[in-house]
Design a binder for this molecule. Sequence first.
Ligand SMILES: [Zn+2]
Length: 451
Amino acid sequence: MRILNRAAFRLIDFYMKTTVVSAFDSCRRDEWRSRGELDERQAARLKELARQAARNTVYYARLFAECGFDPERAEPESLRKLPILTKALIRQNFRDLLAKDYQAYAPRITRTSGSTGEPLSIYHTGLSHTYLRALNFAGWSQKGYRLGDPYAAFAGGSLLPDTIGFKQTVYAWLQNCRTMPSYHLSRERFDRYRDRLRQKRIPYIYGYASALYDFARAVEGRHLDFSFLRGLFTTADMLYPAQRRLIESVLGTKIVDIYGNPESGLMSYECQQHDGFHYGMQNAWVEIADDEGNPLPEGEVGHILVTSLNNFSFPLFRYDTGDEGALSRAPCACGRGYLKIVRLGGRSRDYIVLPDGRHIHGAFFNHLQSIYSADWLDRYHIRQPSKSELIFECLCNRKPTPGDLEAVANEIRTGTHGLLRVQVIPVESLPMTRRGKYKLISREFEEEAAP
Ligand SMILES: [Zn+2]
């Protein structure tokens, strides 16, 4: 069975032009390498990337010259000469950022609006995609996970529950993943998932912290046996301590929280110390900087900037993730060599609350066709004045037609089961946090029993 399961992953690798099977093994070795060795490898890769960017992209050939940055002498410390790379800059310079030889790296275009409500398209390479997946699974392996072990995914990559396409179904099946779409969890749906988990004795659950929390609340106090569970992996939104305690006590196993910023190649996970996130240093170089891009001392909270070390198709130096945190170089008691991101505070990909108390994860809006394909939409913000109202505020690069706005409103209404009054309103500016970061969701009421 084990060989077959790995074979299924090899098939995915073949089809996706990735090497996740071998990278899964190498990542589990890499995390124990010495800090010195990891630093050295990271610096060497950074130099290669700088050479590639200077040679093969119009954008960096120009920028390096303007900033006096010598790619032959590229070092982590010299990166500070380069400005912060924002989503707006990527959009303005999309063609110039694409390497002349981008086809050589198994590129794939991906669309995201990240955690800040700002749609963006970038190219990824087979290798950066490989590491993102392998590092995620390496984080899971702390709970005994091996490639091919069954897991349930409490998340959703498609708009509506139960409408997962054929390709996604095959992809999930090959990974032994039971998809349990979780944007709108009803009591009936919770019951169905609970029964499937118990009947199949699925040992792992991967999902949005808010979805796992809702699920735990739904099964709380019913004295059900979940002793077959071996690990829970949360991602994408903030996991508040009270949520963690409730989920772990109801489901009877520990959580490994995962933090990633896929567009920049950043993937990180907690160890058993639960004191920050070890990040995969073979795929990303992380800096913490102030608003002007000056590096901040260790331990100080600032913008998390990432240089994607394996995206040779579409080099990104000092990409602003929109998240905030600090970096720790102190050796971790677990013995891993990877540096840690600590005091992570900016995962603003929050959730909205429905009148019946259910939560809808912010990523839900990412997957609405009318939003991600809107060429008129620069950025959006979701305001929830009360449990029954939602206001979708948008910054536009051209005047949207009434039909454009109505399409967004309709899709949100449908996706939230008609429980919300929805308005879509073009605005001139959007709210920012104190540190100048855009917010995705603002809830203007107290949620009862909030964590
Ligand atoms: Zn550790």
